[in-house]
Design a protein around this ligand. Sequence first.
Ligand SMILES: *[C@@H]1O[C@H](CO)[C@@H](O)[C@H](O)[C@H]1NC(C)=O
Ligand SMILES: *[C@@H]1O[C@H](CO)[C@@H](O)[C@H](O)[C@H]1NC(C)=O
Ligand SMILES: *[C@@H]1O[C@H](CO)[C@@H](O)[C@H](O)[C@H]1NC(C)=O
Ligand SMILES: *[C@@H]1O[C@H](CO)[C@@H](O)[C@H](O)[C@H]1NC(C)=O
Ligand SMILES: *[C@@H]1O[C@H](CO)[C@@H](O)[C@H](O)[C@H]1NC(C)=O
Length: 388
Amino acid sequence: MRVCSGWRRFLLCLPLIFFLPHIFSVLELHKNSTVNDLHKSHNKKFDHLVLGPAAGEGLHDRLQCQGTKALNKTHLSTSSGNFSFGESVAFVTFYAAYDSSVDRLVNGRLKDLVTVGNISYSKVERSMAILNVFVNFVQMTMPQSNIIILTDPASKLPLHRNRVSIYPIQGEYSRDKLMLQRIRSYITFLEARLEEHSQSQGHINHYIFTDSDVSVVDDLGQIFYNYPNIHLALTFRNNKEQPLNSGFIAVRGTPDGMLRAKVFLQEVLKVYGSKYMKASRMLGDQLALAWVVRSHPHFDAKRFARPQAFVEDISGASVLFLPCAIYNWTPPEGAGQFHGMPLDVKVVHFKGSRKRLMLESWNFLDSSSNISDMLCLILKSGRTKYDF
Ligand SMILES: *[C@@H]1O[C@H](CO)[C@@H](O)[C@H](O)[C@H]1NC(C)=O
Ligand SMILES: *[C@@H]1O[C@H](CO)[C@@H](O)[C@H](O)[C@H]1NC(C)=O
Ligand SMILES: *[C@@H]1O[C@H](CO)[C@@H](O)[C@H](O)[C@H]1NC(C)=O
Ligand SMILES: *[C@@H]1O[C@H](CO)[C@@H](O)[C@H](O)[C@H]1NC(C)=O
Ligand SMILES: *[C@@H]1O[C@H](CO)[C@@H](O)[C@H](O)[C@H]1NC(C)=O
């Protein structure tokens, strides 16, 4: 059990690593043949979607599904009407490209190809596909938003999309230092924006730093609108050891917001370097984040138990804590920690072996044009481990 939960944690943490050897997961038993098959072969990773039961069945505030048909409408909000013209939201994601040498040739053909829909992807192509689908979702739900990709100057990203820009940052991009480099890159980025901001007046660009294996399914501008006094926002869940997920950090684009977020992240970086270097490959940043928050004298960790947003001052920054269930929803793992999908879910996070599901759900949406139905597809198939 210990080994299992350790592996599970490993799996939660590093969206950039698509292939993890021999992952064992604990699946709940269901009286359902599909899921029983799944249980029998729990080492197996599937190369096609496997639908199981939808978590949260019968709960009135959770999405109810019939097959992949949604019985409820999920809310779609728009914040654009609320934003004054001088404000916008940009997404920032950290991306470390694989060296193309990982795509091995065997007898002149690429090995480890994975097919989604009618397209085959090599290892390198898979991570590009995730990035492209990330962009697709943002451009669908928040078409006014720009997307900024922080990356290694040495990598040449073959990504040419409107409103997407590449921002190279010098650093250490070895696989075991990626999470460390990610925080450093966030800090470097904020420093650069602070400098620019001091020269340009007026326009305010808020930043949401996310993993690239997330789908934004609702407008997120309302975070900044509804909480006008916060400097940054983090997502939390009811988990003793890792209550905070580092895959979503929102920063108010005022000089004050950016400065305090930068100082906050610098503290996280310091704690990471001094306490969690052994964990650097995977979850050091999340452990450091939790450490900084929890070590604050007035912080009451009991607040993580209830999925309700709250604001707390941490190291001079006003931090909004948002429930993962809505802002960082992960397909149920093991015991199904979120008990279904809230009707106002805004961000879906395809951690671990669920990247295939991210691509499949985009393809599904592309043909059905129905977000609620797509959410049913995700809810029902998210328990399965996929081949990427
Ligand atoms: C398995 O579950 C699915 C979804 O809940 C359902 O449609 C299907 O009929 C079930 N299969 C069996 C054999 O019970
Ligand atoms: C999506 O499908 C559901 C039922 O599956 C329906 O109630 C809803 O109106 C549809 N939404 C759109 C935007 O078509
Ligand atoms: C969602 O749909 C189910 C089934 O139609 C219904 O019982 C439930 O009340 C709906 N929930 C909301 C909040 O409308
Ligand atoms: C402004 O935001 C509030 C709260 O999110 C929402 O109820 C309202 O409809 C929004 N107004 C416009 C014009 O979008
Ligand atoms: C792949 O499928 C899509 C939609 O199903 C279709 O539009 C496209 O032409 C297909 N591509 C190829 C190469 O068959």
